[in-house]
Ligand binder design. Structure first.
Ligand code: AMP
Ligand code: ZN
Length: 469
């Protein structure tokens, strides 16, 4: 499998540190407002990556944070703390805001059939780990204490400025603005906060904890370093985020983690391009901020949104319009119709000619090649359609469709569950026996159903027992 690594700017062959294990850390959402369809693109991207790795035989540990601590990153954000802004806007406490939007995030991702992370970790549940990491950085001379915050000293981390091919430190625009913030005691404009103290503009900051540097709260970047290292170790295989994380958040994570351990933090960096809406950045003020609830309100299946995301490779920009979503919805509807037709017409397996068997293998390997080619999902979808139109048997088409859907995640197996010819109860009998590891009994049932003239298909989700016509 090949992945484009944003750190080296090269497409590289993926070789995990400890095969077949893969440590995957995906930057989570700041839970101060609704998850929108832009977020959907990023997390469906993570989901495709994880399912692809699983398909290729890797065993993935997927860790994702929830940024539920209020922060105001001195090196990027302007204005108010995001969580407190959300609390004011919706008349809730910061804790209520965080929980409400965390739940909304997961509901949204469930509706897009995004697998839940192996570990979902909240920043506020990992304050001691963050304090420990800052203490290590301080001991190593990479952090310094000031009246308002503990900062990371970027000049002490060799190569900081050039990470991800950025400009030199002196040219950093963000630094220039940060330098003029009143009451700041940074040594360098690009230094970033590891721990904010509850003083000055943060005197009333709602979330706060005791620390060796006084009452306060962590800076934004430290949580990802601390939690990635806690759950996946000092060195991990893949770390992902949106392209907006390339200039600040991810260089800072590297500086913190590698500064503390002296080891390479991440082997492959994956960044998803943005979803634009009607050619513009999505924002409430422009009235083009949409959620999955909006999509459902338009009478469109959220999985059509998933299909829409798959029509573009993750590194290219994707422009959302109602028309393009409607087109994806029609394509998905047609695909599901084809699945139902193929399923109904699938006769019991007949002996295939060598030529057709080669074709079946060919479709499978071309689908895999598309995914292995830096997750080229539009290419993978093209293979799906070509396969549907081909002359291979319906049974083989059906098997391939369900096999491909393990990665596509369009719930194609649900289409057949509603099929009138399916005997759901008989399928359940086999699945329950298999779940109890009673394989011999399961096989005996299978043989019995076959002798009664049923066809029995095993998919990764369920066993489908169907009357043969
Ligand atoms: P946030 O909580 O807003 O920082 O976003 C969480 C993740 O979603 C980050 O990795 C962002 O890069 C990503 N993200 C936010 N907006 C969009 C968008 N419009 N398109 C794609 N990804 C986005
Ligand atoms: Zn992060």
């Amino acid at each position: 499998m090949k992945l484009y690594n944003s750190l080296t700017k090269q497409t590289e062959v993926f070789e995990p540190l400890h095969p077949p294990k893969v440590g995957l850390y995906t930057c989570g959402m700041t839970v101060y407002d609704f998850a929108h369809i832009g977020h959907g693109r990023k997390y469906v991207g993570d989901d495709i990556l994880r399912r692809t790795l699983t398909r290729f035989g890797f065993s993935v540990s997927h860790v994702q944070n929830v940024t539920d601590v209020g922060h105001l990153a001195s090196d990027g954000d302007e204005g108010e703390d995001k969580m407190e802004k959300g609390a004011k806007k919706y008349g809730k406490t910061v804790w209520e805001v965080a929980k409400f939007y965390e739940d909304h995030f997961f509901t949204t991702m469930d509706s897009l059939n995004v697998l839940r992370p192996t570990v979902s970790c909240r920043a506020t549940d990992h304050i001691p780990e963050q304090i420990a990491l800052i203490t290590t950085l301080e001991k190593k001379g990479l952090a310094y204490d000031t009246p308002e915050a503990v900062y990371f000293d970027v000049t002490k981390f060799a190569g900081y400025a050039e990470l991800f091919g950025r400009q030199k430190l002196e040219d950093k625009k963000a630094g220039v603005r940060a330098a003029v913030v009143e009451g700041e005691h940074k040594k360098h404009a690009a230094d970033f906060a590891l721990w904010f103290k509850r003083v000055g503009r943060f005197t009333d900051h709602a979330m706060h904890w005791e620390s060796p540097w006084g009452d306060g709260f962590p800076g934004w970047h430290i949580e990802c370093s601390a939690m990635s290292m806690k759950y996946l170790g000092d060195e991990i295989d893949i770390h992902t985020g949106g392209i907006d994380h390339i200039p600040v958040h991810h260089p800072n994570e590297i500086a913190q983690s590698e500064g503390a351990t002296g080891k390479q933090f991440v082997k492959y960096w994956v960044h998803y391009n943005f979803l634009r809406v009607d050619g513009k950045k999505m924002s409430k003020s422009l009235g083009n901020f949409y959620t999955v609830e909006d999509v459902i309100g338009w009478g469109i299946d959220p999985l059509a949104l998933r299909y829409f995301y798959l029509t573009a490779q993750y590194r290219s920009e994707l422009n959302f319009t109602r028309e393009s979503l409607e087109a994806a919805a029609s394509a998905l509807k047609e695909l599901k119709k084809q699945v139902a037709v193929i399923h109904v017409s699938a006769a019991s397996r007949t002996t295939l000619s060598g030529e057709k068997l080669d074709k079946v293998d060919g479709f499978r390997s071309r689908f895999d090649e598309a995914l292995a080619n830096d997750m080229n999902t539009p290419q993978a979808l093209a293979v799906v359609w070509e396969m549907i139109k081909s002359n291979i048997s319906s049974q083989d088409k059906y098997d391939l469709l369900l096999d491909f859907d393990d990665v596509l995640g369009l719930k194609l197996s649900d289409v057949v569950i509603s099929d009138a010819d399916i005997d759901v109860e008989k399928g359940k009998v086999i699945d329950e026996l298999r779940a109890q590891k009673k394989y011999a009994e399961a096989d005996a049932h299978r043989a019995e159903y076959l002798s009664l003239g049923y066809t029995v298909t095993t998919t990764s989700n369920a066993t489908i027992v169907r009357k043969s016509s």
